[in-house]
Design a protein around this ligand. Structure first.
Ligand code: SF4
Ligand code: SF4
Length: 128
């Protein structure tokens, strides 16, 4: 399961992710990190059975957490199934179905935004 860690300046100055890994004994995948000295966001992916313990450990440290259920959103009314987004995706999220419509395995999305830039229809949006 993915969640967004909202980092304040105070948080970015501490090794919170390392602390949570050590405390919970859980490996975390960092899908995206957009952190500046003024704060930012980190998208973390963790096994579903470790989600509660990991998010509790962050919250205990004063971190705000938002579940990220849809890392990438496609507007099916705008998508024309051109496939332009398929080749730019670094994690193989997007593919054609047998009927040449586009399908997305969104759990694999790391929110790089490449497909959003590529889509001629503006049909894709990174989830928040
Ligand atoms: S945002 Fe990146 S990882 Fe996610 S579907 Fe688009 S290209 Fe793939
Ligand atoms: S690039 Fe846009 S219009 Fe083309 S298949 Fe992907 S989402 Fe649909």
């Amino acid at each position: 399961m993915k969640f967004i860690l909202h980092a304040t300046t105070e948080i970015t100055s501490k090794p919170l992710i390392a602390e949570v890994i050590l405390e919970t004994g859980t490996l975390l995948n960092i899908d995206r990190a957009d952190v500046k000295s003024s704060g930012g966001e980190v998208v973390i992916d963790v096994d579903q059975d470790r989600y509660d313990i990991v998010t509790a450990a962050f919250k205990k440290r004063g971190v705000t957490i938002t579940p990220l259920e849809q890392p990438i959103i496609k507007d099916d009314d705008e998508c024309v199934n051109c496939g332009a987004c398929i080749s730019v995706c670094p994690t193989g999220v997007i593919s054609f179905n047998d009927d040449w419509t586009v399908q997305m395995e969104i759990a694999r999305c790391v929110q790089c935004g490449a497909c959003v830039t590529m889509c001629p229809q503006g049909a894709l949006m990174v989830g928040k």
